[in-house]
Design a protein around this ligand. Structure first.
Ligand code: GAF
Length: 378
């Protein structure tokens, strides 16, 4: 169905926002730390036209049923459920931030896998906020659009997530990984042309669905905050890597100690990966990816058997590096391989899944793609 068939009017424009993988820097964003995502070619696209009556109607090609009506006048957390919670959350967050937004008809199409840890919800939030900002002349910056998406996620959807996914979707650029300091939001686009190096980054979607509105993610965040408080710092970002041992010695709670260790070492890994990429030593980031996975598995405890199996099977097949990506508890992993070993590695992972009795994984290549934008009229 086209926008016109659905709503009886032509769209005023088309906007798109991608999903992402995070190369390194996991569970660091809500600790004021560093992340390094890249945008995927998979994206969520929205055609939009304004309405005069203040009503917002949303429809997704991927979901059966008629458009969902969102009454912006009565919007409150809990007033909209199902997939429409994300656009509703964006409308709510825009209103909370004092932005005047009128009605709209919105038709979404998406090829970002849902529940795969590839930021399908951030893509939906960012494309909605960007389109409404353009159509209603809000003049929001990329950072403000990301904050609106995060506010929607935290205050409306009820998932206590950080800013990584929205900033990745809004700010990544083609051919680059984004080095982001989540404290001051300083960004640096780092050239990431793996094909030119004879390399490939595979994404392995384990098909184990994850969710962030449940308790485990929030518990990790609370432990990090408790750790920072016990150490007397505003955030774990403020614990220098060189002082990690001394900091750990001051923490009496064993679990918090491991959470702190992950965050501090992970921030350090982002900086080491950045230095290697800057020096053109791309292959050498591999061991840091393996190290990051072990830290997420053992110290932060957000992996799962399927993600661990991707990493183990890839390593056994000779991959340069591999790690889970995103929040964890399911979702996807990234695997860095020599281009000519991509097929063999993918097969080794699929075979290992079959042997373990797991659902077959979905495997594709991560090509660093453009961030959110308005598409030219065709
Ligand atoms: C999820 C969250 F949404 C991000 O904010 C981030 O914390 C990530 O998990 C872990 O790095 O994707």
């Amino acid at each position: 169905m086209t926008h016109e068939q659905l709503y009886g009017v032509a769209p005023e424009g088309t906007w798109t926002a991608p999903g992402r993988v995070n190369l390194i820097g996991e569970h660091t964003d809500y600790n004021d730390g560093f992340v390094m995502p890249l945008a995927l070619p998979h994206s969520t696209t929205a055609t939009v036209s304004r309405r005069a009556d203040g009503l917002v109607r949303v429809h997704s090609r991927e979901i059966a049923g008629p458009p969902v009506d969102i009454d912006t006048a009565t919007l409150a957390p809990g007033s909209v459920g199902g997939w429409a919670v994300y656009p509703a959350g964006v409308l709510w967050a825009l209103r909370e931030a004092g932005h005047e937004v009128g009605g709209a008809d919105i038709h979404y199409t998406s090829d970002v896998p849902v529940g795969a840890g590839l930021s399908s919800s951030a893509a939906l939030e960012v494309v909605t906020a960007l389109a409404l900002s353009d159509l209603y002349d809000l003049g929001l910056s990329r950072e403000e659009i990301s904050r609106i998406g995060q506010r929607a996620e935290n205050g409306y959807v009820g998932a206590p997530t950080g800013i990584l996914d929205q900033m990745a979707s809004a700010c990544c650029t083609e051919g680059h990984a984004l080095h982001l300091d989540t404290r001051d939001m300083a960004q640096r686009q780092i050239p990431f042309d793996l094909a030119a190096e004879g390399l490939r980054l595979l994404v392995v979607d384990t098909q184990v669905k994850h969710a962030h509105a449940d308790g485990a993610y929030g518990k990790r965040r609370a432990s990090c905050e408790a750790g920072a408080a016990a150490l007397g710092v505003p955030a774990l970002r403020d614990v220098p890597f060189g002082e990690l041992e001394a900091a750990l010695a001051r923490l009496s709670d064993e679990e918090i100690r491991r959470r702190v260790k992950h965050v501090v070492t992970e921030n350090h890994r982002v900086e080491r990966v950045t230095a290697l990429l800057d020096a053109g030593r791309v292959r050498e980031i591999g061991p840091l990816l393996f190290e990051g996975h072990a830290s997420l598995r053992d110290d932060f405890e957000v992996s799962c058997p399927e993600l661990d199996l991707v990493v183990e099977a890839s390593a056994a097949a000779g991959a340069l590096g591999a790690r889970m990506t995103g929040g964890g508890f399911g979702g996807s992993a990234v695997v860095l391989v020599e281009e000519d070993a991509a097929e063999v590695t993918g097969k080794a992972v699929s075979d290992a899944f079959a042997a373990a009795g797991h659902t077959a994984p979905r495997i594709f290549t991560a090509i660093p793609s453009p961030g959110a934008r308005r598409l030219p009229v065709r």
